[in-house]
Design a protein around this ligand. Structure first.
Ligand code: PEP
Ligand code: MG
Length: 321
């Protein structure tokens, strides 16, 4: 399928109205990395580090992680990679960790909550990331942050680890950039100091949508019940775009919807100019971005919203045809 899009692979994604959209890929395994040059992605917008933990039958050692992270950075070369710290719990359970018995795992002890309550593994992982990126820039992103204080507590772990590395005389990264996922509605309403302090934000649309509509992403009966192009959800996303633009915080979107061409152009139309998706989606999304007048599309979205439509999908489809 990628061959179909090879003619636009090295072209920038610029819309018909002249807006630049940046397309990144999601990854999690070393085997994903060859897709970076072949897809034409501008970097890895989301490296899901939990996959390295999920494919093993015991906890990986720090030295093993350093090797993996080094190889990821080596193969990415000059292209940026955003490493998300361990996102476990809920739908991602480590076979070698004591299972927690929780009535609602999606709302339970997961991701950064585990990282802050039992920091051993996250500390080891942060140390591995620091060691792997010696002399190079490092971007770290925390999953499932719901409030400002979780972000500051997790950032403090990185600062502490960095200080220890320096004291030990180890080489450190050229720069360390710390961002978070935005996948709980609460974070969209965090105080302004959150948006000022965080270096970048990436919207995890899969989780954010599940919590916005209170519809379990794992439950076949409800997961497709609410449209991503529902006006309430788009308005909510647009509010996040505005808060980030007020604080000049770089914002991206890395849920599955970023890789669906119709959804992707709508996200771009409301101001999400950085999208991260599975590599095979880069070509189709870029192709549609290049053919779309995003300003015109935004007008269509606003008109449907003003009319009180539930979803903008029908009008968007008409416009794109
Ligand atoms: C998301 O929630 O949208 C996301 C990108 O993270 P994951 O799918 O790994 O939960
Ligand atoms: Mg998520």
């Amino acid at each position: 399928a990628q061959e179909r899009y090879s003619s636009i692979r090295d072209k920038a994604a610029v819309s018909a109205c002249g807006k630049r959209v940046h397309l990144y890929m999601n990854a999690g395994l070393l085997a994903d990395l060859p897709s970076l040059p072949s897809s034409g992605a501008e970097g890895v917008g989301l490296f899901r580090t939990e996959l390295q933990f999920l494919i093993r039958n015991k906890m990986p050692r720090r030295t093993e992680l350093v090797e993996v992270y080094k190889r990821v950075m080596d193969s990415a070369g000059d292209k940026p990679v955003i490493f998300r710290t361990l996102d476990i719990g809920s739908d991602k359970v480590l076979p070698y960790m004591k299972p927690t018995d929780e009535p609602n795992p999606a709302l339970g002890w997961r991701a950064i909550r585990v990282g802050l309550d039992k920091p051993g593994v996250m500390r080891m992982q942060i140390q591995a990331l620091l060691r792997a990126s010696e002399g190079r820039p490092l971007s770290v992103m925390f999953p499932f942050v719901a409030q400002y204080e979780e972000f500051t507590a997790a950032s403090a772990e990185v600062d502490k680890a960095l200080a220890i590395e320096r004291k030990l005389g180890h080489a450190v990264p050229e720069t360390v950039t710390i961002g978070t996922m935005l996948e709980t509605p609460s974070l969209a309403y965090a105080p302004s100091k959150f948006f000022d302090d965080v270096a970048f934000i990436s919207i995890g649309g899969n989780d954010l949508k599940q919590f916005f509509f209170a519809a379990d992403r794992e439950n076949e009966r409800v997961r497709r019940r609410y449209d991503t192009l529902n006006v309430s959800f788009l308005s909510f996303l647009e509010n996040i775009v505005m808060r980030c633009s007020d604080s000049a915080t770089p914002l991206s979107f890395c849920g599955e919807d970023a890789g669906r061409p119709i959804e992707a152009v709508c996200l771009a139309a409301i101001g999400l100019q950085r999208l991260s998706m599975r590599p095979a989606s880069i070509g189709p999304v870029k192709s549609l971005v290049m053919r779309t007048d995003l300003d015109g599309l935004y007008d269509v979205i606003c008109e449907a919203r003003a009319r009180g439509d539930q979803s903008v999908r029908e009008d968007v489809m008409k416009f794109l045809r």
